[in-house]
Ligand binder design. Structure first.
Ligand code: XIL
Length: 441
């Protein structure tokens, strides 16, 4: 009984693996800008933009050379677009959208419904008056930009920090727990071609807050509430570093049937440490098929809302920082990581498994590291605990879904330079394996 059911699943897995061949950039065609390098993998690399900086030629020069997605930093927020009730003002936002159109950049719309940066008149509303005002706001703004927005952050930051898993208290929340789904349905009706996202911070790893967002997305999918994507703001610093399970967390959301995007990336720091973190973010996104792109929250350090933390890719003069170079290299598939694991010897390879588990399921990320000689092909073998089954795999072809499973390179990632490494991953039901072995092939 099990066998016929497995065949389509395996076919699908192989198709996913082979699907990467067409879009993966090779070292030979490595692009030289962030946008082009991301595009070679079918993704975008974007930035937040402030309308009043478009006349700064250094700023606009970097923007148009490097980035292929823009997010208005403040210009599409409620206070900017509807300063008086039912009186709309699109000056700054229109400027950014037309700049983007003229330079072949797409636009992320940010944000239709949010507790913050509301105009004073809305802050003072509640109950049905606020609910109607929110619906009217979403309808008007999404209709104004209908067909011109790649994805809308329909609702921003609606969950509380900490361990409660509760909604954040706000005037919008007090209009009723269904305000989020009403916002999404309203946005869909007004701009049916745009992807509709939920966007938040402190949800980048698995924690009580991201679990609550996960449950909401799962519920929306089950009930047919229109949601297409989840945005992970990814504002990182020493107190809030890039989480160890970043990729696994992106993957578990993607497995719900939504795209995932890194929407407001900035990482405080400098030098190689900052560069390494930026590269980790790229690698996490590239490893998740439905991670469709990354946006940084500003261009130069001096443009940042957290300028003191020098968290961006260009310094105040517009010069590329080490974080820029590591981002570009990671987008181009460069394997160089500063902390290469111990050399397993010529011709050999090692596999290390990192596991993200939750009740009933797991995502495993396996890093394959070449020894003293380059690999031209590899096979990772692992034995799943009884009752576990692989439901989806990426960057590898798989031999079976249960028991002892062999993961063979997907072709485009067969070559690994001496000391270099590459990653594959898989998701499954039950519990995941703690270890795996690697053999050159
Ligand atoms: C920030 C802007 O960068 C600032 O210019 C503004 O003063 C405050 O908002 N989460 C979000 C963004 O979703 O809209 C915020 O942007 C940063 C945190």
């Amino acid at each position: 009984m099990g066998k016929p059911a497995r065949i389509p699943l395996l076919t699908a897995v192989v198709a996913v693996a082979l699907g990467g061949v067409a879009v993966a950039a090779t070292a030979a065609d490595a692009a030289t800008t962030l946008g082009a390098s991301a595009a070679a993998t079918g993704r975008y690399y974007g930035t937040a933009v402030a309308a009043n900086k478009l006349s700064d030629s250094t700023y606009a020069g970097i923007l148009d050379r490097e980035f292929d997605m823009v997010t208005p930093e403040n210009e599409m927020k409620w206070d900017a677009t509807e300063p008086a009730q039912n009186s709309f003002s699109y000056g700054g936002a229109d400027q950014i959208v037309s700049h983007a159109r003229a330079h072949g950049q797409r636009v992320r719309g940010h944000a239709l419904a949010w507790h913050s940066q509301q105009p004073g008149w809305a802050q003072n509303l509640g109950g049905t008056a606020l609910r109607s005002a929110m619906v009217n706001h979403i309808t008007q703004v999404a209709t104004h930009y209908r067909g011109q927005i790649y994805a809308w952050d329909v609702v921003n930051e609606a969950f509380a920090d900490g361990g409660s898993g509760a909604r954040r208290d706000s005037n919008l929340q007090r209009t009723g727990n269904d305000w989020i789904e009403v916002a999404f349905r309203t946005a869909r009706a007004a701009d049916p071609a745009a992807k509709l996202c939920y966007n938040d911070y402190n949800t980048d790893g698995q924690n009580a807050k991201s679990n609550a967002v996960y449950a909401m997305v799962q519920d929306f999918k089950a009930r047919g509430v229109p949601i297409d994507c989840v945005g992970f703001q990814s504002h990182f610093n020493a107190a809030s570093p890039v989480p160890g399970d970043y990729q696994a967390n992106l993957q578990r959301f993607a497995a719900l049937g939504v795209d995932v995007q890194i929407t407001e990336l900035d990482i405080e720091g400098s030098g190689q440490a900052q560069a390494d973190n930026y590269a980790r973010v790229v690698r996490a996104c590239l490893a998740v098929t439905r991670c469709t792109g990354i946006s940084v929250w500003g261009i130069r350090d001096t443009d940042s809302w957290r300028a003191g933390g020098t968290p961006l890719l260009f310094d105040g003069n517009g010069t590329k920082k080490p974080a820029y170079t590591s981002t570009l290299n990671a987008l181009n598939g460069g394997a160089a990581t500063p902390s290469t694991p111990a050399d397993p010897g010529p011709g050999a390879c090692t596999a290390s498994v990192s596991l993200n588990s939750w009740p009933g399921g797991f995502v495993a990320t396996v890093r394959v590291t070449a020894g003293g000689a380059a690999l031209t092909g590899w096979t990772v073998t692992t034995t799943l605990p009884s009752g576990a089954a692989v439901t989806n795999a990426w960057n590898a072809r798989i031999s079976s879904t249960t028991g002892t499973v062999r993961f063979t390179d997907a072709g485009y990632n067969a070559s690994v330079p001496a000391g270099g490494s590459t990653e594959l991953g898989f998701q499954g039901t039950g519990s995941g394996p703690a270890s795996a072995t690697c053999a050159a092939s």
